[in-house]
Design a protein around this ligand. Structure first.
Ligand SMILES: Cc1cc2nc3c(=O)[nH]c(=O)nc-3n(C[C@H](O)[C@H](O)[C@H](O)COP(=O)(O)O)c2cc1C
Length: 249
């Protein structure tokens, strides 16, 4: 049954436990169609999606990333920035190809297109009552190993994964920053920001201590900065350059 747009967007939460049940073909078709109709920069469609439903491959990617959802979900979609396709046709048509992928904006464009496509897939899946969880570790943990495993050619780089399956849990919705911190009217507003941030930080701590299921004593700021610290050990630049990105400004 289709959910309303309102309920699809406002009741969404990441789902990390799935039933063994298969996703219906018509639901996967709807997800593919939604992906394909995503707006893209210049209509260049600088992205592709690799749909993994092979349990052995999903297990291998789980072992590389440590993210159990990849193993237990029914379909794991990997969204990649993709300049290979335009390169192939440009070469055949004798069009002098500009190495846009090598520029910073080229990378940003590919990441935006792939990310929007992921959001289309996520909303489509949620609207059919399915559960989803984006998996950023597919981008960061071992980009070269994963690129090899998936056979990614030059000009193609992993942006994010999306686990999709029939939900086996319904965790409480996480508190988000209040509208006043997210939506700025007619310019960036900083007055009262600190007070609102401290309040939000406290709200997240209370949520973490009282939510159903696993509880933690994490606050928001320490937890998030901890992720950024982890990011200092990623070597994304080298991996991206090896895939043909980020070679010039
Ligand atoms: C780009 C991106 C990458 C993410 N990567 C992971 C991940 O690797 N593992 C995970 O369990 N959740 C991941 N998440 C899910 C976030 O943790 C989750 O969206 C956030 O905690 C807010 O919770 P909610 O989705 O339930 O509202 C990711 C989300 C996004 C948007």
């Amino acid at each position: 049954m289709n959910k309303s747009v309102e309920s699809t967007l406002l009741s969404r939460r990441s789902i990390r436990r799935y039933e063994r049940e298969q996703i219906k073909n018509e639901d996967m078709q709807f997800i593919y169609d939604a992906i394909r109709n995503t707006p893209t920069s210049y209509n260049g469609q600088q992205y592709s999606v690799i749909d993994l439903d092979d349990p052995i491959l999903k297990e291998q990617i789980y072992e590389i990333t440590g993210q159990k959802q990849i193993k237990t979900c029914n379909h794991f979609l990997i969204f990649v920035a993709d300049y290979n396709k335009i390169g192939v046709i440009a070469k055949t048509k004798g069009i002098d190809s500009i190495p846009f992928a090598e520029t910073t904006d080229g990378l940003i464009v590919g990441v935006i297109d792939a990310s929007l496509a992921m959001m289309s897939a996520l909303v489509a899946a949620e609207s059919r009552g399915l559960g989803t969880c984006p998996i950023g570790y597919t981008r960061t943990v071992a980009p070269e190993k994963l690129s090899r495993l998936l056979g990614l050619p030059e000009g193609v780089a992993i942006v994010c994964g999306l686990a999709i399956g029939v939900p086996r849990e319904m965790p409480d919705i996480k508190p988000k920053q209040p509208e006043s911190l997210i939506i700025h009217h007619n310019g960036y507003r900083q007055d009262d920001m600190l007070r609102e941030l401290i309040e939000y930080d406290r709200e997240v701590s209370i949520y973490n201590e009282t939510r159903s299921g696993d509880k933690t004593t994490n606050d928001w700021a320490t937890h998030i900065v901890g992720y950024y610290r982890e990011g200092e050990d990623y070597h994304m630049g080298d991996a991206l350059r090896r895939q043909g990105f980020l070679k010039k400004d």
